[in-house]
Design a protein around this ligand. Structure first.
Ligand SMILES: *Cc1c(COP(=O)(O)O)cnc(C)c1O
Length: 393
C-alpha cells in the first residue's frame, strides 16, 4: 500500500507492512499477530465457521504455533495435535475436558508434582473420583481399571526414580472398560517412545523440556485421536491457555535438533549410569537402561532408547548431596530437565519439595538422591566432572 498521501501518524501505522510473507524464506516466520484480517467477508465467515482453512484469532490458532503442532503430530504418529502455554496447561486442560463431575480416573502415585496436585486437590473438589495406584503394581492398576473408569492417566519413565509402566498392558485393560488412555511422554520424548503405537489415545509433553531443549521457552502439546484432541482444543480455546508464537518458534527450532540431542543424551546417560553403578560411593543408580533396573524388560520392549535422565543415591545421604552437588562444574543446579546443558538437583528441593521426608520415603525416594538430566556435553567431560565431585566424600 502506498502511504505517501497520508500524515505521519497514519504512515507510522501502515507503512512497510505489505507482502509480509517473504516467499522462499528458509525459516517459518514468527507471526505475532493476534488477529487475521480479511478483505472478503464471505471468506472471513467461511474461516470463522470452520468451513475454510485460515486463521481468525491467535487464542484459537496461529500459523507459527501450527508449525510446532505439525512437528509433534508427525513425530508421535498422531491424527491431530494442539498446544498450550505450558506443560501443566496441557495436562490440566486435558483432565478437565474429560473429567466432569461423577467421572472416575485411575492413575499413578508417581506422576509429576503438578499433576499429582490436580489429582489430590483439584479434581476431588469437582467431585471426580480419583484412584492413585502404586506406580509399578500392574495387578493393582488392572484391578482398579476393571472396576470401571473414564480415564487412565500414565507417565513413564517417572520422576525421579525412573519407574517404568507397561503402556501396552494397561492400555489393553483400559480398552475393555472404554477408558481414554493418556500418557505424559515428557521424559521419553517421541524419539524414544511412542505411546500411541502402544494403545494410548492421547500423549502429552511438557514442551518446556526436551522438545524445546534449551531451557528458554515454555509450552505444552497434546497429540492423538482427532475427536479427542478436538474436544480439548475447544476447551482450551475458551479456557485460554494458548501457546504464543514466540515460544512456539523457539520450541519448533529446538525440535529440529531433537533426534541428534536425544541420541547423544541416551548414550551419555547410559555410560554415566554404568560408571556410577560401579562407583564405591554410590548406593543405587536408577536408570531404565541398566539390566539391574526393575523396569528394564518393559523399557526394552516399549522404548527405543532409555532417555537422558537418571538418578542416583550417594553414601551418607543428604549431608553428602550438599557436598557433591556444588562441586559439579558442568551442571546447573536447577529444577528443570531436558536441556542442552546438564541439570542436577535433589528431589527434596525440586520436584518433591512439597512432600515430607516420610512421604518421600514411601515413594521410594532416598534422601541421598540426585536427579541428573544429562546435557549434550562431551560424555567424557561429564564423567570426569562426576569423578572429581565424588572425590570430596
Ligand atoms: C515439567 C513437567 C511437566 C510440567 O510442564 P511445565 O511446562 O513446567 O508446565 C509435566 N510433566 C512432566 C513429566 C514434567 O517433567
Amino acid at each position: 500500500m502506498d502511504v505517501s498521501q497520508y500524515q505521519k501518524g497514519t504512515a507510522a501505522v501502515w507503512a512497510g507492512e505489505n507482502d509480509l510473507y517473504v516467499k522462499g524464506a528458509a525459516t517459518a516466520p514468527v507471526v505475532n499477530s493476534v488477529a487475521f484480517a480479511y478483505t472478503d467477508l464471505d471468506e472471513w465467515y467461511a474461516v470463522a465457521t470452520g468451513n475454510a482453512r485460515g486463521y481468525i484469532y491467535s487464542r484459537n490458532t496461529n500459523p507459527t504455533v501450527g508449525v510446532l503442532e505439525e512437528k509433534i503430530r508427525l513425530l508421535e504418529g498422531a491424527e491431530a495435535a494442539t498446544s498450550f502455554a505450558t506443560g501443566m496447561a496441557a495436562i490440566s486442560n486435558t483432565l478437565f475436558t474429560f473429567l466432569t463431575p461423577g467421572k472416575r480416573v485411575v492413575s499413578l502415585k508417581d506422576t509429576y508434582g503438578g499433576t499429582s496436585k490436580i489429582f489430590l486437590d483439584f479434581l476431588p473438589a469437582y467431585h471426580v473420583d480419583v484412584t492413585l495406584c502404586d506406580t509399578t503394581d500392574h495387578e493393582q492398576l488392572e484391578a482398579e481399571i476393571a472396576k470401571g473408569c473414564d480415564l487412565l492417566y500414565l507417565e513413564t519413565p517417572t520422576n525421579p526414580t525412573l519407574k517404568i509402566v507397561d503402556i501396552k498392558r494397561l492400555a489393553a485393560a483400559a480398552e475393555k472398560v472404554g477408558a481414554i488412555v493418556v500418557v505424559d511422554n515428557t521424559f521419553a520424548t517421541p524419539i524414544n517412545q511412542n505411546p500411541l503405537q502402544l494403545g494410548a489415545h492421547l500423549i502429552i509433553h511438557s514442551a518446556t523440556k526436551f522438545l524445546c531443549g534449551h531451557s528458554d521457552a515454555m509450552g505444552g502439546v497434546l497429540a492423538g485421536k482427532q475427536d479427542l484432541v478436538k474436544k480439548v482444543f475447544q476447551f482450551r480455546e475458551i479456557n485460554g491457555a494458548s501457546l504464543q508464537a514466540d515460544p512456539a518458534y523457539m520450541i519448533a527450532r529446538g525440535m529440529k535438533t531433537l533426534e541428534l540431542r536425544i541420541e547423544r543424551q541416551n548414550a551419555s546417560a547410559l555410560a554415566i549410569a554404568r560408571y556410577l553403578e560401579a562407583h564405591p560411593k554410590i548406593k543405587e543408580v536408577f536408570y531404565p537402561g541398566l539390566e539391574t533396573h526393575h523396569g528394564h524388560e518393559i523399557a526394552r520392549r516399549q522404548m527405543k532408547g532409555f532417555g537422558g535422565i537418571l538418578s542416583f543415591a550417594i553414601e551418607g545421604g543428604y549431608e553428602n548431596v550438599k557436598k557433591v552437588l556444588p562441586r559439579l562444574k558442568l551442571a546447573h543446579l536447577a529444577a528443570s530437565l531436558g536441556s542442552v546443558s546438564t541439570l542436577a538437583g535433589p528431589p527434596r528441593t525440586t520436584s518433591h519439595v512439597e512432600l515430607t521426608e516420610e512421604q518421600r520415603k514411601l515413594l521410594g525416594i532416598p534422601e541421598g538422591l540426585i536427579r541428573y538430566s544429562v546435557g549434550i556435553e562431551n560424555t567424557n567431560d561429564l564423567l570426569s566432572d562426576l569423578e572429581q565431585a565424588l572425590k570430596t566424600i
